[in-house]
Design a protein around this ligand. Structure first.
Ligand SMILES: *Cc1c(COP(=O)(O)O)cnc(C)c1O
Length: 442
């Protein structure tokens, strides 16, 4: 677009209209995307503050800029709360996202061309763990040589025995692993951290636990405790089950603190999004106080939604294992078309999910554009106060949309009706404004 063809005032108005319309859409939708959440009004307040306009390079108390008095106080609190929350010796709250936290860990514990193990994308791995050939951060950016863990589809987990055999094969060719990346984007059951950490020790390799999705569950004392089970570092996004602002953090042991700090700054951040750091501090405080209850409510809702969908005829994965131990479930929707079509059809009904690859999609010649599955997360609807009866209602709405092929307009009306009573953020200190209320300050 050339400068003359766009009227800046009209564009400006259009942008602000879109923002307000987006809030209105979210108010009337059932948000089930597993990587998202709604932060508390206090976190939103932090995000709108002047912290977001400042610089504070370096570690707390050793900044390279003036004007950091309150920024330092807040970041110190974030660090203290984070250590308590994760029972950790060290935390760095400066990585600006989960991917950056992972890149910090890859850089701290491995060099280019070292060998790392990670899950493939169809088995739940994140693109930041990916091979060079698919443009993954670990492969294409850090230049690690990635091997995928053999995967046990039945138990939806890493196959430890086959992993050991694969490492033996590598050894026979004069190679050895340097990193074991655990954690995933489709994360139904705890990973075998202890078993992998035992293997890692024999090769003097390190274990990175990527808890981007499950950090809020771990904060609430369920799912698993990666540091105690043997992980060297635990990286996370702070906005998925943790329900803070979009940001990252890295938790570890004192012995690795200096190495990690040096890579974060000056290596991977200059300003580190100080408004988000304030939001993270607030989210940590909320988590210490409320997430014992919140995390348990999430897992009980995900099991309830899985059971209800299963009983209505949906192919929810891992029925024999109780479907899930986390906030998410995976559904094979291939008998209704594919994940893309189902995602779009649900979107028409104001139900937001995302299409997802299934571990066996490659064998079925399906790819990420039209995969066989959808991934559903209940962390956001749980934060709005929904419980078992709402999970059953959501399952029924999904059946009407996908199996019964009812008119989306009718379902949309039912969704709006269901949402009426769930407009506040729960599990936080103060919730005067509605969850998705649009706040004008202009
Ligand atoms: C979402 C996710 C990330 C990336 O997080 P960002 O904060 O968006 O950078 C990293 N790892 C896993 C396993 C994820 O699911």
């Amino acid at each position: 677009m050339s400068k003359e063809k766009i009227d800046p005032k009209l564009a400006y108005e259009k942008i602000l209209k879109c923002l307000e319309a987006h809030h209105e859409m979210m108010k009337n939708a059932i948000p089930l995307i597993a990587s998202e959440n709604i932060p508390s009004p206090a976190v939103r307040e932090a995000l709108a503050s002047d912290f977001g306009n400042r610089y504070a390079e370096g570690w707390v108390g050793e900044r390279l800029y003036a004007g950091c008095k309150y920024i330092d106080e807040v970041e110190s609190i974030a660090i203290e709360l984070g250590k308590i929350l994760f029972n950790a010796e060290f935390i760095d709250v400066r990585p600006i996202s989960g991917v950056i936290a992972n890149l910090v860990a890859f850089s701290a514990f491995a060099n280019p061309y070292d060998i790392a193990f990670a899950l493939s994308i169809p088995t739940g791995g994140h693109i930041s763990h990916g091979k060079k050939t698919i443009g993954g951060t670990a492969g294409a950016i850090r230049e690690l040589e990635i091997y995928n863990y053999p995967f046990d589809e039945e138990n939806f987990n890493i196959d430890v025995d086959k992993t050991i055999s694969l490492i033996k094969e590598l050894e026979a060719n004069g190679k050895k692993p340097k990193l074991f990346i655990l954690g995933a984007s489709v994360f139904l059951f705890p990973h075998p951290v202890k078993e992998i950490a035992d293997i890692a020790k024999t090769y003097d390799a390190k274990v990175i636990y990527d808890g981007a999705h499950v950090a809020g569950l771990i904060a609430g004392g369920i799912f698993q405790d990666p540091l105690r089970e043997g992980a060297d570092v635990f990286t996370m996004s702070t906005h998925k089950t943790l329900a803070g602002p979009q940001h990252g953090a890295i938790v570890s042991w004192s012995k690795y603190a200096e190495t990690i700090k040096r890579i974060v700054f000056p290596g991977l951040v200059s300003n580190h999004h100080l408004h988000a750091v304030a939001g993270v501090a607030i989210a940590f405080a909320e988590a210490i106080k409320f997430y014992n209850e919140y995390a348990r409510a999430i897992v009980s809702n995900s099991k309830a939604l899985a059971q209800a969908l299963y009983e209505l005829g949906f192919d929810v994965l891992c029925e024999k294992k109780g479907f899930t131990e986390s906030h998410m479930i995976l559904v094979d929707v291939s008998k209704y078309g594919n994940g893309f079509e189902v995602e779009k059809k649900l979107e028409e009904c104001n139900i937001l999910v995302n299409r997802n690859l299934l571990p066996y999609d490659k064998r079925m010649k399906r790819d990420y554009r039209a995969p066989g599955g959808i991934r559903i997360g209940v962390q956001e609807v749980t934060r709005l106060g929904m419980g078992k009866s709402e999970m059953i209602e959501i399952a029924n709405l999904m059946k009407m949309a996908i199996i019964d092929k009812k008119d989306p307009k009718i379902i949309r009306e039912k969704v709006v009706e269901l949402r009426k009573d769930f407009q506040k953020v729960k599990y936080c200190f103060s919730s005067i404004n509605d969850a998705y209320e649009y706040i004008r300050i202009r």
